[in-house]
Write a protein that binds this ligand. Structure first.
Ligand code: HEC
Length: 310
C-alpha cells in the first residue's frame, strides 16, 4: 500500500493540520465550558499563538526561514488581537488578567507582576546580550557551485585522443535506443530494466559498463549509493557532490557534467573560487567514452534525467 502520510505533501497536509487543530481547540473548549472550567480569553489567545508557532516551526515542510516565521507570527498576533477585541465582552475578558497583574491586588497577581516586571526584562536582556555578543565563526566562502560552463571544451584523454565538444550540441553517444540512434526516451524506457541481464538492451549494457567505471573511480568520494558519502568524502571541503540530491546532476545538462568530470576541480573558472574542489580532472585517467558511460550510469542509477537545452 502507498504510504498515506508522505511528509511534506503541501498544501493539503497543512490544510488538514489546520482543520484538525481548529476542531481540537473548539471541541476541547466546548467540553471545558460544559464542565464549567472554560479557558479565559487571555489563555485562549496564548494557546492559539503557541499552536501557530509550533505549526510554523515544526509542521510546515520545507522548513520556513526564521524571518518568515517572525513575519507570520506578527500577522498571527494581529489576527488574535482582532479576534479577542471583536466585541466588548471578550475584550473585557481578555484584558482583565493584564489589568489585574498591573494592579496586583491579590497574592497571585502580585507574584505575576514580579515575574512580568523582573524576570521578563532580565530574559530579554540575556537574549539581547547573546544576540549581540561577537561570535567567531569561519568566514563564509561564497562558492558558486555551478559556474557558467565554457561554450566548448577541449578534452585530451589518456589514450591521446583530442576531441572538441560544443556543449550546446554535443550528445552522449551511449544514450541510444535499440536501433542505435540518440534518444532522450531510452532512459525512461529502461529505468527499471536490469543491466546485468545477459541480453540486456544496448543502452543498459553501457549503463553497466559505466557502473563498473564508477565503482573503480568515483565511489571513494561520491559514495556507493551516489549520495556523496564515500569513505573519503568527509576529508574534503567542499564535500563531493551528492547525485541523489535534486540540486546536482538533475539540474545539469549532460554536457555540463561532461565538462565537470573531464576538467574536475582544477578546471573550474573564476567563479569557482576558491577552487578548493578535490574533484579530479578525469581526462587524465579515463577515455572520453568512459566518461560518457559513467555519466550515463549516474543518471540511470539516480533516476534523474539530464536537463535539456530549453
Ligand atoms: C577525490 C574525490 C573525488 C573523486 C574520486 C571523484 N569526485 Fe566528483 N567531485 C568531488 C568533489 C569534492 C566535488 C564537489 C566540488 C566540485 O563541484 O568540484 C565533485 C563534483 C562532481 C561533479 C559535479 C556535480 C555538480 O553538481 O556540479 C560531478 C558530475 C562529479 N563530481 C563526477 C564524478 C565522477 C563521474 C567521478 C569518477 C569518474 C568522480 N566525480 C570522482 C570529488 C571527487
Amino acid at each position: 500500500m502507498e504510504k498515506f502520510w508522505i511528509h511534506g505533501i503541501m498544501p493539503i497536509q497543512l490544510l488538514l493540520v489546520l482543520v484538525f487543530t481548529m476542531i481540537l481547540f473548539v471541541s476541547v473548549n466546548y467540553y471545558l465550558k460544559k464542565i464549567g472550567k472554560g479557558i479565559t480569553k487571555f489563555g485562549q489567545a496564548i494557546l492559539i499563538w503557541l499552536a501557530a508557532i509550533f505549526i510554523f516551526k515544526f509542521i510546515v515542510v520545507p522548513p520556513l526561514p526564521s524571518a518568515l516565521v517572525y513575519t507570520f507570527m506578527g500577522l498571527m498576533s494581529i489576527v488574535i488581537f482582532i479576534l479577542v477585541s471583536a466585541d466588548e465582552q471578550s475584550w473585557e475578558e481578555f484584558k482583565r488578567p493584564i489589568l489585574n497583574t498591573l494592579r496586583s491586588e491579590t497574592g497571585v497577581y502580585k507574584n505575576a507582576r514580579i515575574v512580568t516586571f523582573a524576570a521578563l526584562p532580565l530574559l530579554a536582556g540575556i537574549g539581547t546580550y547573546d544576540f549581540l555578543k561577537p561570535k567567531f565563526e569561519e568566514p563564509i566562502e561564497l562558492r558558486t557551485v555551478h559556474p557558467a560552463p565554457p561554450a566548448a571544451v577541449d578534452i585530451e584523454t589518456v589514450d591521446g585522443k583530442k576531441q572538441k565538444f560544443t556543449l550546446q550540441t554535443a550528445r552522449n553517444p551511449f544514450r541510444i535506443d535499440d536501433k542505435g540512434g540518440y534518444s532522450d526516451e531510452v532512459q525512461v524506457k529502461y529505468q527499471n530494466g536490469n543491466p546485468w541481464e545477459k541480453d540486456a538492451p544496448q543502452y543498459l549494457q553501457y549503463v553497466r559498463e559505466g557502473g563498473a567505471i564508477f565503482f573503480q573511480n568515483c565511489h571513494f568520494c561520491h559514495g556507493d549509493n551516489l549520495n556523496g558519502r564515500g569513505m573519503f568524502a568527509f576529508a574534503f571541503n567542499p564535500i563531493p557532490a551528492n547525485f541523489t540530491d535534486a540540486g546536482t546532476i538533475a539540474q545539469l545538462q549532460e554536457t555540463f557534467v561532461l565538462w565537470r568530470v573531464s576538467k574536475g576541480g582544477p578546471g573550474l573558472p573564476r567563479e569557482g573560487f576558491p577552487w578548493a574542489s578535490a574533484m579530479p580532472p578525469w581526462e587524465q585517467h579515463l577515455t572520453t567514452d568512459e566518461i560518457w558511460k559513467v555519466i550515463l550510469f549516474e543518471y540511470w542509477h539516480t533516476g534523474y534525467y539530464p536537463r535539456t537545452w530549453d
